[in-house]
Structure formats: C-alpha cells, structure tokens
Design a protein around this ligand. Sequence first.
Ligand code: ATP
Ligand code: MG
Length: 287
Amino acid sequence: MNHDHFLVPPGKTIQLKDYDPDYTGEFENKEQAESKLREDVLRLASYQDVLYAQNTYSLLIIFQAMDASGKDSTIKHVMSGVDPQGCQVFSFKAPSAEELDHDYLWRSTKSLPERGRIGIFNRSYYEEVLVVRVHPQILNSQQLPPEAKTENIWQRRFEEINNFERFLTRNGIVVLKFFLNVSKDKQRSRFLKRINTPEKNWKFSLNDVKERSFWNDYMTAYEDTFNHTSTAEAPWYIIPADNKWFMRTAVADVIISKLASLNLSYPTVSEEHQQDLLKAKAILEQE
Ligand code: ATP
Ligand code: MG
C-alpha cells in the first residue's frame, strides 16, 4: 500500500481538506480489503511474537479522531490476532483530580508500553492541543503556573510533545500516530444509527452532538497539530475513515511496515544455553 496518501510529510505544511475521508486506494470492494486485513492480522501476530521475544523495542500506537470515527472497532479488528499478554490498551478521558495534580504527560508516561509490548492509546496527550485548544477554559482546571499559560501555549506544547516523542523513539519506543479522518456527513449518519439502534444507544451521548458543533475548530486544531508534530521520528498518518473496511486495513498495513523496518529477530541462544538444552534433551530422552 502506498502510504503517501496518508502520511503527513515532516516539515511540510498540509491542509486537511486535501485528505479525502472516502478514499479507498487500490481496493475495488470491501471483500478485497477484508481479505488483506485477515492476512495482515496473522502477520502482525508473528511480528508481535518476535517483538516480545527480543524484548528491546516497544510500539506505541496513538489513535486520535472525532467521535464515531471507528477508533474502538479499528483497535478491536487490527489487534484481534495479537497475544493479549503482549498488548495493552489505554483510553484517555477527561483527566481525574489526581491526574490534574500532575503535568499533562504524567498519565501517558505511566501507561507507556514495556519493552516487547504493543501499547495503544485510545486518545492521548494530543487532547492537550485539541479539545483543550477548542475549549481553552479547560486550562483553568489544570493548576498551571503563569509561565505555562502564555499566548504561545500551543506552540510550546507542540515543542514539548516533539521533545517527549524524540526521547521515546531514541530509547526504543517506536511511535505511530493515526488520525482517523471521518467526514462530518458520515459522523452524522453514524450518530443517527446509534440513536436508532437500541443496541447502539449506550454509545451515544448528547455531548457528542454538542462537540460536533465545534467541528471547524477541531479541524483547525488538528491541522495545526499535524503541521507541528509530524516528525521524522514520529510521523502522523491521516487515515480515510468513511469506509471502516479501508480504514482498518490501512492502519494494519502501516503498523506492519513499521514493524518490518525494525528488522526484529529472536534472541540468539548463547553457547551455555545450547549446552543446557542438550543436557535437558538427554535427561528427557532417558526417562
Ligand atoms: P467513545 O465515545 O467511543 O466511547 P471516547 O474516546 O469519545 O469514546 P468519551 O468518554 O466519549 O470517550 O470521551 C472522552 C472525552 O474526554 C473526549 O471528549 C475527550 O476530548 C476528553 N478528553 C480526553 N483527554 C482530555 C484532556 N487531557 N483534557 C480534557 N478532556 C480530555
Ligand atoms: Mg465519545
């Protein structure tokens, strides 16, 4: 799959309107995409096995999106083949009182994947330059010192986030960032479906419609975020999200390419361990 359609090129300025939420790449239909995803789910499982055995790198996958973009179902489908012991998912909601008593990266730092694991952030510290920027009154509850609450707070936060991610990637935590790009029309029809289907009612809250009224502000905040935080170490991928089948296979494809680029390998067995294996074999065979 050609990732140029999704990637936010580091150092370039993009416009969100140039990324089509309805794009479906080379796939002619849903079945083709689903069959590719099935293969990729198996591939992901075998990469994850080596990642775990090698115990050197970890993979942090960040998902950001508007409501009803399909974050949850993408996580469910793409990770469906991965050993649950090698994978952790954290969903970040509005911060608790305890979290507000710390810096804004604290809760994320605590949740970083251990070496050998895949960690998924369902929303992330990027909310600090998205929802907080759209509703700057949230800053009033953050206990910030005056020097952190200046005019250029968003610019500063972009720098802080870039520095944080550089630290992570230099230390073996590979960072992938996905924006699931759903159109405003598609969000409307998915909301209506949630309202009209009893089994989906629980997913809907009136607040979702209120946030929708800030759509343009969110898009401006997202665009600015991509233009400041898509770096060579941790680039952003804007994934077309109006067709869930395409979104899932595109996300899986990017993850697999990244894992492939790490040239992972199983740990080599030392001479001593080889000898132990032979001894154990002899003992077992004599039984
Ligand atoms: P779903 O709606 O699919 O269950 P969700 O991720 O939208 O999943 P919600 O509980 O609906 O979960 O929303 C979480 C809310 O928390 C979002 O509106 C998000 O913007 C908000 N949030 C996340 N992080 C922060 C933050 N650091 N500061 C303020 N609000 C935040
Ligand atoms: Mg929600």
